[in-house]
Every structure is written in C-alpha cells, then in structure tokens.
Ligand binder design. Sequence first.
Ligand SMILES: Cc1cc2nc3c(=O)[nH]c(=O)nc-3n(C[C@H](O)[C@H](O)[C@H](O)COP(=O)(O)O)c2cc1C
Length: 138
Amino acid sequence: MNTALIYATKTGHSKKIANAIAKELNVLAEDIKSEPKLDNVDLLFLIGGIYGSQSAPELLSYLEKLNNNMVKKVILLTSSASKVAKQSAVRTLLKEKGIEVEEDEFVCQGSFLFMGFRHPNKDDIQNAVTFAKRFSLS
Ligand SMILES: Cc1cc2nc3c(=O)[nH]c(=O)nc-3n(C[C@H](O)[C@H](O)[C@H](O)COP(=O)(O)O)c2cc1C
C-alpha cells in the first residue's frame, strides 16, 4: 500500500503530530508549502489546524489540484483548540473530487490564547499516532 502524509500548519502543532505519525509509520511528513507531488497514493494522512473556524486557504488551494488518480483515500487528523472544529471544507472538497474520506476524523487539542494551554501534549500526540496506526495496518 502506497502511503503518504502531508500537513498544513501555522503554529507548528500539525507539524509535531505529522512528524510523530511519520516516524511510527516510516513515511515522510511533507509540508504543503513545498507542494508535495502525490501520485498513486492509496492512503493519505492529512493533518491541519483550524483558524477562525476554517482550514487554511493555502491548504484548500493545494487540494484543489488533486484528483482521484493521485489519491484514493484520505484520513483526516485535525488540530483545533476547541476540539470540536473539524476540517469540514477539506472533507467536502475531497469528496467532490471523488476521493474517499474516512468518516472517523481525529481531533487533537491545539491551543489558542488561553484555550487549550500547553496542548498538544505528549498524550495528545500519542493518541493521534494510535489513531493513524489503525488505518495503516488495515
Ligand atoms: C489565528 C488563529 C485562529 C484560530 N482559530 C481557531 C478556531 O476558530 N477554532 C479552534 O478550535 N481553534 C482555533 N485556533 C487554534 C488552532 O486551531 C490550534 O492551535 C491548532 O493546533 C493550530 O494548528 P497549527 O499549529 O498546526 O497551525 C486558532 C489558532 C490561531 C493561531
């Protein structure tokens, strides 16, 4: 199975989560800023934060260029201070492109001002790794 992992981050949390998962699954964690080329990917882990209830516009622009020959299935892991906000626009966009998106989305606590102070912590990161491992083994 061809597995890839990309992340979009403003304050570094998604990168931390991405690197921990990448290490465990033995894949490369790639920042969307470097416009990673995805080809024939069976399983794509996508980690991103939420800002003003939205995904970063640059992540959405990057995903606009994907199609279902490049990526078959996406697993979303989201980092948000509220632990409620998810990557809804990302999910909708990918589905519109005929790319399968796993229903189960992992939300990792991030922080913003005083909300979620000191998150993501070690346990949050470990929980994200455990979630991701479920799919890499199936
Ligand atoms: C400018 C800004 C706006 C944010 N807005 C929200 C928000 O609307 N809802 C939320 O749950 N978290 C919000 N957060 C918290 C981030 O989603 C959270 O810290 C996340 O872990 C950031 O990921 P990153 O470090 O990969 O950029 C915001 C953070 C920043 C910096």
